[in-house]
Design a protein around this ligand. Structure first.
Ligand code: SF4
Ligand code: SF4
Length: 486
């Protein structure tokens, strides 16, 4: 029977939610956890709170308690699940090889389908959960509604590029400066205001238009064909990085294909439990790259790459797509891995053709001094899921005269985690402030990283430190390209 008032959302019963979690959670995987606690020191939310329930072991115990029927999946349960960054730093350190990411995904998928919506219950449980993250503004929004709103843009890359014209115009027309001067955005939460300030200049052309082709032949001896995964945020806010990626791949000896039909990787949807949309996007990408007949698929964004490399798991129950998904997953490589396969960079020399005439090269080269001290912040997903955390460091090591200082705790999340920093701003900022303290200890003038979310989060960190005049944030690809394009 339908609700008499359509505006009143019906709260699914805790019993139904519990039954669904019991059905969806992999009980064997839950039982794999031997409660040793080796994962605790690697967990950023445990480090920040010291609360067992905010740790990997604690969250697994909560999931098991719900699956065993000894605990209700109430609001405090959901809060601890949502407070998890999904950084998966707990996985590589686990002696039992517990697939925490899969358990988290199973839980989020059920919560997504059956969101608890009682504001009264929220308040009661917030007071009781002891997480320390109680304010109304910290409560995650209704993800189903959010997804409905943003899905059309992520579904079509052309639509995404068209929408980015608005941002481009806002940034370039002087409207952004006017808005800042008149404080027109003061009604937004602080973290949205900060994000608006640090957003890079949008480019509505995207990489395919910038390089004016969807196929670009290798330079020199050919070593393979690479399909370029351009991403959504990467292609709009970090277009230059995508252009540099294409140029470096060609210079390394790869033919580069940019399949037009590719789309969003689906990470934004998958991480919040919307697996149906994630699977829809996965099939679109698998099809697009299969038709392109490539040897490898290059990702320059750790978050996207981690999503793409797990399409085989995402489609494991789909008899029609699984084999293709498995092949697709095997093809996914981080850009650093692909560049390191090439002999081209074993002895770095100047590149005087094709790359050196890029307008941005001289601009960005002029942007900082030659004696920069560099540090590197890991992309969690590149390190913990793609298992390619060494790649960017090995690539940097190829550069002569590099003044590199390892960042203590670089393997720990920066607090970005997709849109976590917008949904859980207090925790994200606490993590970020500790991270910036460690960055300052390195004396670095440039922070490198390998993922758009990390780039934006570290830029927020620089802004929070008011360190814009002494600290830059760059993608590893851009830094490497800048150095080899002399
Ligand atoms: S390290 Fe693994 S087995 Fe040990 S408590 Fe953490 S998840 Fe469980
Ligand atoms: S995914 Fe990250 S935040 Fe979540 S439990 Fe594991 S280490 Fe902690």
């Amino acid at each position: 029977m339908s609700s008499p008032n359509p505006k009143v959302e019906r709260v699914p019963s805790l019993l139904t939610l519990q039954q669904e979690l019991t059905k969806q959670l992999d009980y064997n995987e839950l039982m794999n956890c031997m409660r040793c606690g080796f994962c605790q020191p690697s967990c950023p939310t445990y480090q920040e709170t010291g609360i067992e329930a905010a740790s990997p072991r604690g969250r697994i115990a909560l999931m098991k308690a719900v699956a065993d029927g000894v605990m209700e999946p109430d609001e405090s349960f959901r809060q601890q699940i949502n407070l998890c960054l999904g950084c998966r730093a707990c996985e590589p350190v686990c002696p039992s090889d517990v697939k925490y990411g899969q358990l988290l995904e199973q839980t989020k998928s059920v919560l997504f389908e059956q969101q608890l919506r009682s504001a009264k219950k929220n308040e009661q449980n917030e007071a009781a959960d002891g997480s320390g993250y109680k304010s109304e503004s910290n409560r995650p929004p209704n993800m189903k509604r959010l997804h409905k709103l943003v899905k059309p843009a992520f579904k079509s890359h052309n639509r995404m590029l068209s929408l980015s014209v608005l941002l481009e115009k806002y940034q370039r027309s002087g409207l952004q400066r006017y808005a800042a001067k008149k404080k027109l955005l003061r009604f937004l939460p602080d973290h949205f205001q900060t994000l608006e300030r640090i957003l890079p200049q949008a480019d509505s052309q995207g990489v395919a238009k910038r390089v004016n082709a969807s196929f670009l032949p290798a330079k020199g001896e050919r070593i393979g064909t690479v399909g370029m995964f351009r991403g959504c945020i990467m292609d709009v806010l970090f277009t230059e990085t995508n252009v540099n990626t294409v140029n470096l791949l060609r210079e390394s000896g790869y033919d580069v294909v940019i399949p037009e039909a590719q789309g969003c990787c689906g990470a934004l949807f998958s991480h919040s439990g919307d697996l149906e949309t994630a699977r829809e996007f996965a099939k679109k990408n698998i099809q697009a790259f299969a038709e392109a007949k490539v040897d490898y698929i290059a990702s320059n964004a750790g978050g996207c790459g981690a999503m793409l490399i797990e399409y085989d798991y995402l489609l494991k129950d789909d008899a029609e797509w699984w084999a293709q998904a498995e092949h697709f997953s095997e093809q996914i490589k981080d850009i650093s891995e692909l560049l390191l396969r090439s002999e081209r960079w074993k002895s770095i020399e100047s590149i005087d053709e094709g790359l050196a005439d890029q307008e941005h090269t001289s601009q960005s080269r002029a942007n900082h001094a030659p004696q920069d001290t560099i540090t590197y912040q890991d992309s969690c997903h590149l390190r913990n899921v793609m298992k390619a955390g060494r790649g960017p460091r090995q690539l940097l090591r190829l550069l002569p005269d590099l003044n590199y200082v390892e960042l203590e705790g670089a393997e720990g999340c920066c607090g970005s985690a997709g849109i976590y920093n917008l949904l859980q701003p207090k925790m994200a900022n606490d993590i970020l402030d500790h991270k910036m303290g460690k960055v300052n200890e390195t004396g670095a003038s440039i922070i490198l990283t390998s993922n758009p979310g990390c780039l934006l989060q570290m830029k927020i960190g620089v802004e929070r430190e008011q360190a814009q005049d002494r600290l830059k944030v760059m993608h590893v690809v851009d830094y490497f390209a800048e150095k080899v394009m002399k």
